[in-house]
Design a protein around this ligand. Sequence first.
Ligand SMILES: [Zn+2]
Ligand SMILES: [Zn+2]
Length: 263
Amino acid sequence: MKLTFLGTGTSHGVPSIDCMIHDHARCRKNVCREALRDPLHNRTRCSATVEYNGRCVLIDVSSDFRRQMLREQVKKIDAVLITHCHADHIGGIPDIRSYTRDASLPFYGSAESMDRIRRSYEYVFDPPEMRGGGIPDIELHQVEGPFELFGCRVTPVPVEHGSLRGAFGYRLGDLAYIPDAKQVPDAARGLLAGVRCLVLDALRDERPHSTHLILPESIALARDTGADQTYFTHMCHDIHYRLDSALLDTNMSFAHDGLVVQL
Ligand SMILES: [Zn+2]
Ligand SMILES: [Zn+2]
């Protein structure tokens, strides 16, 4: 199994418009400016591919989907897992049409996520008379529990993400991917038992957030799961990958766009 981080940034991305255009002073570690010359600080919106058994599964279709596909030269996508329906995770859906020329593309996610996609992209599901080639060919599949996908068991992991209903992480074999969470409820912790590689939300280094884990909470949760290796993602400009690495255990690291992990 091959995991590729397409994007590792929070919803604003890094560098952010706010820091680069409106208010330089808000960038207390200067990460946004460093991102202009340091690719490890350039964080597009959160997404990943997982390749196994000759198939490519995309997790979320981020607002930076087009740029990520061009950067990683992704040739095909066989299925899409949606973690939740916030705009940074579904904003690239119009551009997925380039991957649905030959066949429709199955999307999997919670009832809430599937419903939001149907409403946000009404033109895809309730097309005008003139269809043309501009509309992605998508099938929405609502999932509530584990299912088989190309010979791998995929388990949705329900998480708390503010007041949003139907937010998931996903477990695929030895990998668990949880980009947006304030907490993994006790009832779902068992789904992470035995995970070797954990990818986890770590929005910033301090100041608790209402909908996201911050680094001390992320570290505690990673220790609790007992994963062999943890990669933190969905980071804002308050995480400096070099300076803040000192805060991590030896089996933890900050992910970066383009990072590839073989499992
Ligand atoms: Zn997000
Ligand atoms: Zn979110």
